[in-house]
Ligand binder design. Sequence first.
Ligand code: ADP
Length: 504
Amino acid sequence: MNQLYTRFSTLRRSVPFSLRLQLAAWYTIAFAVLLLLTGAVFYQYLERSLEASVDTDLQIRAQQIAGGLVVHNGTLNMSDLTAALPGFGIAPQAQGARLSDVNQGVLVRLLDAHGVLLGETPAFRALRVPGASVTQPLQGAPWQGTVLSTDEQEVRLYSRTLTTGGNPVAVIQVGESLFTLHTLLHQLVAALLVVGFLVLLACAVGSYLLAGRSFAPIQRLAETARKIKAGDLHQRVPVPPVRDEVQYLALTLNEMLDSLDQSFSRQRRFVADASHELRTPVAVIRNKIEVAVLRPRSPDDYCTVLHSIHAETERLSHLISDLLALARGDEGQARFERETVRLDQLVESVAANADGLAQKRGIRLSVQAPQPVTLIGDEARLIQVILNLLDNAIRYTNAGGQVLLSLQTTSSETQLVVRDTGIGIAPEHLPHLFERFYRADPSRRRTGGSGTGLGLAIVEWIVRAHGGSIVAESQMGRGSCFTVTLPLTPQASEAAAVARETHC
Ligand code: ADP
């Protein structure tokens, strides 16, 4: 199957402008069918009209013959008829081939009221006439139909009676060969076929050229799109002024390039920021070691240097695991467990762990989680959400301040609120807080030692992967409030896809 598909694709690729050819072929086929149908209808109509005109001719001729016959005392005088029609009579006589040929000779027959032959032309003798053509007119209705001659020629026949005083005296039968009519129709069909073929040829060439013209803008678009290299994503394809499918395609391509451009720049910025962040602690460690080994020092001095190197490596290790988590999220490799989580218990236990740090910094940490809250999610990652928010709240709150961790639940969702009375965030920073490596104020960098600028980006990614959302509110000097809304019904899998898209 795969092989077949590969061969088919190779064949398609090897045919130039195959779509153009296909379009031209479809146009031509459709036109051919239309032409054939029109030709068939036209042929039928013409055949019927010509036959009808033959029938009218026959009726007039029969009328003329009837008008020329004289009935005297019940006896029919046919002398005028015999004189007008060479060879007309009962007995066959030696006649010229022309007169006895159904296609060339006159076709007339006369019978009496009993169906007995009164006279006929030589050509008429070659006809196979059905009995109904005599009996039906005698019963009152003229007969009309197509009969065959002995040499299978088609002949149109009309049969009527001659009456005197309401009684039939004779049956007059006249006929006309359909040979000329059929020859005419055959010539017409031949002419139609030749003209039709030429028209179809013109249609095929015309539609091929037209399809080429219609595809030219698409071809130009494709060529421009091909020129746009991965590193040159700020280029755009030209948008045609006419509002048509090509314009729509160009706009779609440009939209795609926009989002690719944004995504690539985000990626580049991320790599640059990551390298910068990784370089700083390494440079600090190297510097400390270089200074330490400049001259011999006391064991206490070495111990101090080792402690500060340890702190830097801790920070480095945090940074690397954060980077790894986000990179896995971007790749779609991050696995999210779907387990039953008691969020109220998680909040209590994370707060209990952080309480020591809060007390050390002179901050009062309180928790309000009055009722049990159960949801489906990844427990370890939800702990990371609470921990990151709580860690920030403690870090950016001065001694004597307060941090409140609360849980408010409705029937469909729960809100985890982390509120502090800390230094706050300026309004211009709020929209960027969840961007990677974004820090509200560079001078706050590394306050407390372990900030990487990735904490909130990771929080947002996890929350979105759980189908939730996060909002930050803050007032400078008065404190900040982070509200995480999580649905109680699981939507994690769809949301995970959304999270991957947003962080690409
Ligand atoms: P970091 O590791 O630097 O804290 P985050 O992504 O967690 O990185 O936070 C980004 C920035 O948002 C921080 O550098 C800080 O400026 C600001 N911020 C986060 N939480 C708070 C808060 N509770 N109070 C004041 N500023 C905050």
